[in-house]
Design a protein around this ligand. Structure first.
Ligand code: MN
Length: 160
């Protein structure tokens, strides 16, 4: 699991290895594909391109790479399906995305800020930390007083 340490200095961020060992770009694609299939039943290149803010040509290149690496099966006129390993990655990143979003939404932050931060964090969070955040969310939901105290403290901090 912890075979290779992620390196962050002087590297193209999309090539930096995540906590799970895939690159960030691979995880972002599989996350989008997983979500599109969950929501619409299929994932088209045009939708992936739109969701990731990329040109269709670069998406097609990456799709072929993901096919070559065994994450998806891509047939030009029949569309795209996730393999078992692709589905696992897409689901894991989606779960991280949802949990981190849930945590941050407790604190009335700007939605764009939440999205940007979550998109970064979802790649680098380990399973043990994920469990901590999950427990935190449960406590915050169950204890309005705790949330109130935290918000008050955050307000004090932002003033200083
Ligand atoms: Mn995400």
């Amino acid at each position: 699991m912890a075979a290779s340490k992620p390196t962050t200095t002087g590297k193209n961020p999309s090539r930096v290895k995540s906590a799970r060992g895939e690159t960030r770009a691979v995880e972002d694609y599989l996350e989008q594909i997983y979500n599109l299939i969950e929501q619409k039943g299929y994932a088209r290149v045009v939708d992936i391109a739109e969701n990731l803010g990329l040109a269709q040509a670069s998406v097609t290149n990456m799709i072929q790479r993901l096919d070559g690496e065994g994450y998806i099966i891509y047939e030009k006129y029949r569309g795209l399906t996730l393999t078992e390993s692709g589905r696992k990655v897409g689901e894991a990143i989606t779960r991280r995305h949802q949990l981190l979003t849930r945590l941050l939404r407790h604190f009335s932050l700007n939605e764009d800020t939440i999205y940007e931060d979550v998109e970064g964090m979802e790649h680098h969070i380990s399973r043990p930390t994920l469990e901590v955040i999950s427990a935190l969310c449960e406590e915050l939901d169950a204890s309005p007083d705790l949330l109130k105290r935290l918000k008050k403290r955050i307000k004090e901090h932002s003033k200083g």
